[in-house]
Design a protein around this ligand. Sequence first.
Ligand SMILES: [Zn+2]
Length: 132
Amino acid sequence: MDSPNSLFLGKIMSVKHKAQAAAITCIDFRFQQMIEKDLEKRHLEGNCDRISWPGASKDHDKVLEATALSIRLHDPDQVYIYEHEDCGAYQQDNSIETHRQNANKFANSLREIKPSLVVNTLIATFQGISPL
Ligand SMILES: [Zn+2]
């Protein structure tokens, strides 16, 4: 028998559609092009959910709510968290270590929702994107 969830999905979606990944980014326009190129390099253009919020993983609860919905609706197997340097949402405390702590905390929350999820934490600097 169908679960209430699958009945719900059956009504609002014409075809089952699975995202390969979800990408979480800050709103900051200065890093969008770089992030687009990075997603292209990973062959994720056009097949990943995009979640954009000031500070990326900083606003843990709000961004988790959006990402949990992406997981429920589109079942991505990977998540890419793109932090970035010089983030206005961080104001004074913009150290790499603070970004890393927030991204790791967020990654752990995602793994509680879907244990098999592969979570990649990254940081964009004006020089490029690298693992966080
Ligand atoms: Zn930012």
